[in-house]
Write a protein that binds this ligand. Structure first.
Ligand code: C2O
Ligand code: CU
Ligand code: CU
Length: 497
């Protein structure tokens, strides 16, 4: 058996043996999970600005431990933006800048990244740009001379000079992103614009964000996670068995286990986000509508597609977004429709339930054309680069690498020039959802998917992405968004020069 390794990969690792690649693994709950579809779907609160100027909306958000009821009758300790999980939703308007002041009241460092944002480097949540806790004297020994470390609080500037899309913000602390997101540090950030508002897509209470993630619970109701150091203060990493990724056995939507939602017999827009550390979903409706369709997909990571696409099912990897219209007028009043996950069996094959309980007039429509997406021309690419994602040695342990290298803040893996187009060829050993900061790209073989910022690599297939490095000069990361892979070093840097 011949195995291709990237140019600088570690020759000795294979030794002629067939290595078993570590797969994501299920972490069982120690508490009886609730029956599905009993809890109503919660909506994350929308954060209100504390001040508005001519060009900027100012927000403040404290990040602190809280106790919330996720499983009925059980208290779970979380770490939450404003003490909630998901964090409050930020509603942004294209062209109006947001200044977000965050205060860290947790016992550990944090750093917040706006995923999908075209953000200046100093506000992009580089993994070493930590906000240390206000109390205590935690050292940040990260070996990064460029790290900009704050104590207690700092502001992030988000310009919002980008098209309407479903973004999300989450923690990005170097080596500890997996456990900190697992404890609750993730929320929606929705950018709206006039072009999209002018379409007659479902709006208001019929435009619903759905954050889907899996978690496991300990006997006392807290989240289980196989961290080597459960305090998350000193030692990074997870138990060896889980280096392929941590899978939970309870599915949460907007922080509630297998919830239900009562709907009218009209169209709804759902903004699906897979905020799981390592779990992929293949979503479909049960039953499908009379034409066998589950969804009309209208948007991906970077906003509206060129045209709507009818789908029987939707695959969604960690960090990807997919926006769909479900038309409940295709079901008789009184029906229940289950959102299922065909990527798994047992309890995690259920996500949530819709109950068509009332009749309403539908003012919405799905236009045949949604948006203009100019195709980037491969002939215009100034540079082509290859990146291979695979397991490998990381500081003497097993971990995850890009072109054989573990993450190192001081090593640049690419130096694209501002406003130039590049093509990156991505290959992989096992599935890795690969994400670039700053830019949105087009998958050359998949133009109908519009603008993407995360693409799920599969073994044996080369994915070519094309993008223009516009916006800002500076240092950014790209990485696998399986958060255990990311924490175990599957991350690289590019510097726009
Ligand atoms: Cu959603 Cu660098 O991450
Ligand atoms: Cu990102
Ligand atoms: Cu990965």
């Amino acid at each position: 058996m011949i195995e291709f390794l990237g140019a600088s990969a570690l020759g000795a690792a294979g030794c002629g043996l067939i290595r078993r690649r570590p797969e994501a693994r299920l972490l069982a709950s120690h508490i009886q999970p609730p029956h599905p579809f009993k809890v109503a779907l919660p909506m994350p609160p929308v954060l209100k600005p504390v001040k508005i100027s001519a060009v900027t909306d100012f927000y403040e958000m404290a990040v602190y431990p809280a106790e919330v009821e996720i499983l009925p009758g059980v208290k779970t300790k979380i770490w939450g933006y404003e003490g909630s999980f998901p964090g409050p939703t930020i509603e942004a308007s294209r062209g109006r800048q947001i200044d977000l002041l965050q205060k860290n009241l947790l016992p550990v460092p944090i750093v917040t990244h706006l995923h999908g944002g075209c953000t200046p480097p100093e506000s992009d949540g580089y993994p070493t740009d930590l906000i240390l806790p206000e109390a205590g004297s935690l050292m940040a020994h990260m070996n990064d001379p460029l790290a900009k470390i704050a104590k207690g609080q700092r502001s992030y500037i988000f310009p919002n000079e980008q098209r309407a899309a479903t973004l999300w913000y989450h923690d990005h602390r170097m080596d500890f992103t997996g456990p900190q997101v697992w404890r609750g540090l993730a929320g929606f950030y929705l950018i709206r614009d006039d072009g999209e508002d002018a379409l007659s897509l479902p709006k208001g209470e019929k435009d619903i964000p759905l954050m889907i993630c899996d978690r496991s619970f300990a006997e006392d109701g807290s989240f289980r996670y196989p961290a080597l150091d459960p305090s998350l203060i000193e030692k990074a990493g997870v138990e060896d068995d889980y280096m392929g990724g941590v899978l939970g056995d309870v599915i949460l939507v907007n922080g509630a286990p297998w919830p239900n939602l009562e709907v009218a017999n009209t169209r709804y827009r759902f903004r699906l986000l897979n905020a799981s550390n390592a779990r992929r979903y293949e979503l479909r409706l049960d039953p499908p509508d009379a034409d066998g369709t589950s969804f009309i997909q209208i948007a991906s990571d970077g906003g509206l597609l060129p045209a709507p696409i009818s789908r029987r099912s939707i695959r969604i990897a960690p960090a990807e977004r997919s926006e769909v219209i479900i038309d409940f007028s295709k079901y008789p009043l009184g029906s229940t429709v289950v959102l299922r996950n065909d990527a798994d069996e047992g309890p995690t094959s259920n996500i949530m339930q819709f109950r068509v309980t009332r009749s309403e007039k539908d003012e919405s429509a799905v236009p045949v054309k949604l948006s203009d997406i100019p195709r980037l021309d491969p002939a215009a690419a100034a540079v082509k680069r290859n990146f291979h994602f695979s397991d490998g040695r990381v500081h003497g342990r097993s971990g995850w690498t890009i072109n054989g290298h573990p993450f190192d803040p001081t090593r640049m893996d690419a130096q694209p020039k501002l406003d130039e187009i590049e093509i990156w060829q991505l290959t992989t050993d096992i599935g890795h959802p690969v994400h670039l900061h700053l830019v949105h790209f087009q998958v050359i073989s998949d133009p109908e998917m519009g603008w993407k910022d995360t693409v799920d690599l599969v073994p044996g297939r080369t994915v070519k992405i094309i993008m223009r490095f516009s916006g800002f000069k500076g240092r950014y990361v790209f990485h696998c968004h399986n958060l255990e892979h990311e924490d175990m070093a599957m991350m690289g840097n590019f510097e726009v020069a």
